[in-house]
Design a protein around this ligand. Structure first.
Ligand code: SF4
Length: 109
């Protein structure tokens, strides 16, 4: 026979867990804003030719670069539209400059 109190307790605990997850999600943008900015000198950044400012990319050195490309128009950029520094799928735990660029730029759909 089932114990109605145990079931009620279990449902309360589940509700608390779901509530805590919702609160954690609410703080996700704030946590992202606290992440360090990716340095162009970071070895992973160097490997992907990350530039802080896309307008400084030399098209002769990086022939895949086209004027108008920037992190802001890249499919890999995450976070809030308009923020100057945002997460990128390729550089977890750091923020890239929305005006930046790297050699794996992919257009948004
Ligand atoms: S993958 Fe896209 S958003 Fe990330 S650094 Fe490269 S160009 Fe910027």
């Amino acid at each position: 026979m089932s114990d109605p109190l145990s079931r009620r307790d279990a449902l309360k605990k589940l509700a608390l867990l779901l509530g805590a997850a919702g609160v954690a999600d609410a703080y996700a943008p704030a946590r992202a804003a606290e992440l360090p900015h990716l340095s162009p000198d970071d070895p992973n950044a160097v490997a992907l030719a990350y530039h802080l400012d896309a307008s400084t990319v030399d098209p002769k050195q990086f022939p895949t670069y086209r004027r108008g490309q920037s992190c802001d128009s890249c499919l890999q950029l995450q976070g809030k539209e308009g923020d100057p520094w945002r997460p990128c799928n390729l550089f977890p735990g750091q923020l890239v400059n929305a005006k930046g660029w790297c050699r794996v730029w992919v257009p948004k759909n």
